[in-house]
Design a protein around this ligand. Structure first.
Ligand code: ADP
Ligand code: GLC
Length: 495
């Protein structure tokens, strides 16, 4: 039972939210959406939140007038840095770790333009974690000592280790896992190069199979661990989704919470979306057909309103089951149905989807790239959305698609299992059905679910009810923000 947080006779709780990406300034995936949405929602429930982010080149370009708040001297293998202050479009204050030699470069936040990890990532995110920890000390360098430091993913997860060895009062810490597959693994010498005591390089510490792991530091030293759905919180305590961390996570299960993400319901709203040709809502779902026609035209698919269109948006990786989609392409076409895929990622997956498109012109369209406006059009224009993830800590697209009247076909894992209700006679009757779930991570199981969706789509009144159930659901950040606020309040009381 969660106790709700109400600020009584004291200043609001101060939360420092350290994240390696944040929309709209820098995005590779869902963490950017979370970093934009959750802090704003926490602010709306009365907390004093600041977002800490590296000052990458696109971030500096977005906030030309950022002012300097503090400076940090070089130490151990870490260069000097400045702290800049800016404001996110949501009104939330952003603190930027400015160190041009580490962050002001062409390419992505984690990888160069060719898709290779930056060789100095240990230093880039070692510095980021170190600054997060210094800001979390009490009284701290900027006159704003946070009550809780919320560290997102491995890039910020070394901060709880720095805090443990700081020898000064400090904030409570939360290590938030958005994807356990990314563990921040580096050579053992990195520990000393970052100025951490050698003693923490141990099994009871941040050692992981002969290397040091930023993520394990967070999981081991943070006061609490959060992840982004209740089902994923259970899955990561076992093989295979624990990715080697399952025993540590199971041992810390009393400190581990799964809190389902929300979505930005103003950015993802078919009633106001500027990226689609005709806006629609629960009472005017039929206007969705304009988006379908626009999507077919844009992607070179045959202009057939009467053929079911499946949509896919996502990173092209093993995690997302892109190979399963490639494997059923010909079967989908034979249903008959069309398929529109938007995504970028690993070369082999991009290639297999692109060649599928070439093999089925007018039936399957592959757009390799990152295009936010087109992602909106796919959500609105597809009849159903495919998301056959092998694992999915939370997933946002299945929530977007429900809101857009585009029932998702998803694998029953992580946040997909927690946010989609399978269509059965019972769930249709009680008004909860919103999509289609399948269990096995196989092409056969995916196709069986897609086929179920196709049969349901042919029954127009039934399909309309399914769309309405999904569109009526509340996926806003409010409920998640209240759960995080309760967790922070608990930590602040007991730390
Ligand atoms: P993950 O973070 O694992 O990639 P999520 O479902 O949490 O998965 O979030 C993915 C986010 O990135 C969504 O906002 C989605 O729309 C967006 N996205 C992914 N790939 C693309 C793309 N190729 N073009 C535009 N947006 C994309
Ligand atoms: C990760 C996960 C995704 C989740 C996102 C935001 O990228 O892969 O499932 O939705 O983080 O928490």
């Amino acid at each position: 039972m969660l106790i709700s947080y109400a600020p009584v006779n004291r200043d609001p709780l101060r939360i420092l939210f350290a994240t390696p990406e944040c929309g709209p300034w820098i995005k590779t995936g869902g963490l950017a959406d979370v970093s934009a949405g959750l802090p704003a929602a926490l602010r709306a429930v009365g907390l004093d939140v600041r977002v800490l982010l590296p000052a990458y080149r696109p971030v500096l370009a977005a906030v030309p007038g950022a002012r300097e708040l503090a400076a940090f001297a070089a130490s151990a293998g870490l260069p000097a840095a400045r702290l800049l202050a800016a404001t996110l479009p949501s009104g939330v204050t952003a603190l930027l770790v400015d160190c041009p030699v580490l962050y002001d470069r062409e390419g992505g936040p984690y990888q160069d333009g060719a898709g290779a990890d930056w060789a100095d990532n240990w230093r880039r995110f070692g510095l980021f974690s170190s600054v997060a920890a210094q800001l979390a000390l009490h009284p701290g360098p900027i006159g704003w000592p946070p009550d809780v430091l919320h560290c997102n993913d491995w890039q910020a997860a070394l901060a709880p280790a720095f805090l443990r060895f700081a020898g000064a009062p400090h904030a409570a810490s939360v290590a938030a896992i958005h994807n356990l597959a990314f563990q921040g693994l580096f050579a053992p010498e990195t520990v000393a190069a970052l100025g951490l005591p050698r003693a923490c390089y141990a099994m009871d510490g941040l050692e992981f199979h002969g290397r040091m792991s930023f993520l394990k530091a967070g999981l081991y030293y943070a006061d609490a661990i959060a992840t982004v759905s209740p089902t994923y919180a259970r899955e990561i305590q076992r093989e295979p989704l624990g990715f080697g961390m399952q025993d540590l996570l199971a041992a810390r299960r009393d400190s581990l919470r799964g809190i389902l993400n929300g979505i930005d319901t103003s950015e993802w709203d078919p009633a106001t979306d500027a990226a689609i040709p005709a806006r629609y809502d629960l009472r005017r779902i039929e206007r969705k057909t304009a988006s379908k026609a626009a999507l077919q035209q844009r992607l070179g698919l045959a202009a057939e309103p009467g053929t079911m269109l499946f949509g896919v948006v996502g990173r092209m990786t093993e995690q997302k089951g892109i190979d399963l989609i490639a494997a059923i392409g010909a079967q989908l076409v034979a249903l008959p149905a069309q398929l529109a895929v938007l995504g970028a990622g690993e070369w082999r997956h991009e290639q297999s989807i692109a060649s599928l498109g070439r093999a089925h012109p007018g039936r399957i369209a592959a757009l390799i790239g990152f295009d936010e406006a087109l992602a909106h059009l796919v959500e609105a224009g597809a009849d159903a959305f495919l998301m056959p993830s092998r694992f999915e800590p939370c997933g946002l697209n299945q929530m977007y698609s429900q809101r857009y009247g585009t029932p998702p076909v998803v694998r029953a894992t992580g946040g997909l299992a927690d946010s989609v209700v399978d269509l059965t006679d019972a769930t249709l009757e009680n008004g909860t059905a919103t999509g289609f779930l399948f269990r096995e991570p196989t092409a056969q199981a995916l196709f069986a679910a897609a086929q179920r969706a196709h049969v349901a789509w042919l029954d127009r009144p039934l399909w309309r009810r399914l769309q309405q159930h999904g569109m009526a659901r509340d996926f806003s950040w409010d409920a998640s923000a209240r759960e995080y606020a309760a967790l922070y309040a608990h930590l602040a009381r007991t730390h």
